[in-house]
Structures are given as structure tokens and as C-alpha cells.
Ligand binder design. Structure first.
Ligand SMILES: [Cu+2]
Length: 172
């Protein structure tokens, strides 16, 4: 009886681990998503980011890019999350929002913030599990569901057997 209870408790502890570890192992490296690059430049007024508001997904990269500008600009996040450096007429600065960085990021061009040269980047959480480049999202999702589901019935079946054994032991 005591052994059965110990086994049952051990299974309860192991069951959640199984579910959590599998999707992480399946995740592709972030570098595979480098093609998802959003470019922010400066518009013809010389005092506005273009576009000034973008929405990206975790794992994606934002590129601040301008050249031959009439005025020097930079892009500095309100809390210093990213900073393109000193204002310049030519800037090519990339920043990647890693997993867990979902949120809203306000940034300014320091010399022209008071003139309204400000922007916002909204970072949405990555889908779980992240899609791969090789297969489309739908087939990848169903693949992972198929892989995750069998573990649960097995754990439940073993639990049922152990509970039955425990009940029988108590009767004896
Ligand atoms: Cu500026």
C-alpha cells in the first residue's frame, strides 16, 4: 500500500514535467526568423519616424535605418531597452526582441523628441510552440499536438492501475 502511494505521488510529480519539457526541445533557434525584419526610417519631413508605430512578434528584429538625412537622428527607448547611439545622418541599427520581451516600447529621437519625433513598438508574444521555417504553421501545430497527447492517457492509465492496486491492498 505504501509503495503504491509513493509511486502515485512520484507520477503526479513527473507528469507536469513531461508536458513542459517537450515543446521547449521542439523550438527552432531564433536565428531562423531573421527574415522577419521590420524597418523604421525617417519620413520626408525629416522630423518623423516612418512608420512611427509598428507591431512585431517576439523573436523578430527591428532595424532603424536611414542615410543621407538632412538632420542627425537616433532612436532611444524610454527605459534604455535599445539605443541606436549618438544622433547621426546615417544610422543602421538592429534590435531583436527575444522571447519574453512582449510589451509596448516607446522610443524617441533625442534631438527632436520635443518636435514629436517619437515612436512605439508593440511586441506580441510568440505563438506556442513557435513555427518552423520548413513547414507551415498549421501542420506544425498539429504535429506537436499529436506528440503531446499520448503522454497524458498513459499517465492516467498507470494511475488507474495503481489506484486499483491500492484499493485491493486495503481490502486485503
Ligand atoms: Cu530626429
Amino acid at each position: 500500500m505504501r509503495t503504491a502511494v509513493a509511486l502515485f505521488l512520484a507520477l503526479l510529480l513527473l507528469a507536469p514535467l513531461q508536458g513542459d519539457l517537450a515543446p521547449v526541445a521542439d523550438a527552432p533557434p531564433f536565428q531562423d526568423q531573421s527574415s522577419n525584419e521590420t524597418i523604421i526610417s525617417v519620413d520626408s519631413t525629416n522630423l518623423r519616424f516612418s512608420p512611427s508605430s509598428v507591431t512585431v512578434t517576439e523573436g523578430e528584429t527591428v532595424r532603424f535605418f536611414w542615410s543621407g538625412q538632412a538632420l542627425p537622428h537616433n532612436a532611444v527607448e524610454a527605459n534604455g531597452v535599445f539605443d541606436s547611439g549618438e544622433p547621426d545622418r546615417n544610422v543602421d541599427y538592429v534590435f531583436t526582441f527575444e522571447l519574453g520581451m512582449n510589451g509596448t516600447y516607446d522610443f524617441v529621437c533625442e534631438p527632436h523628441a520635443a518636435l514629436g519625433m517619437v515612436g512605439q513598438i508593440i511586441v506580441e508574444p510568440a505563438p506556442t510552440p513557435p513555427p518552423t521555417n520548413q513547414s507551415d504553421n498549421e501542420s506544425n501545430m498539429s504535429e506537436n499536438e499529436d506528440m503531446d497527447t499520448p503522454a497524458l492517457p498513459i499517465v492516467m492509465a498507470i494511475t488507474a492501475v495503481l489506484v486499483a492496486a491500492a484499493v485491493r491492498t486495503r481490502r486485503d
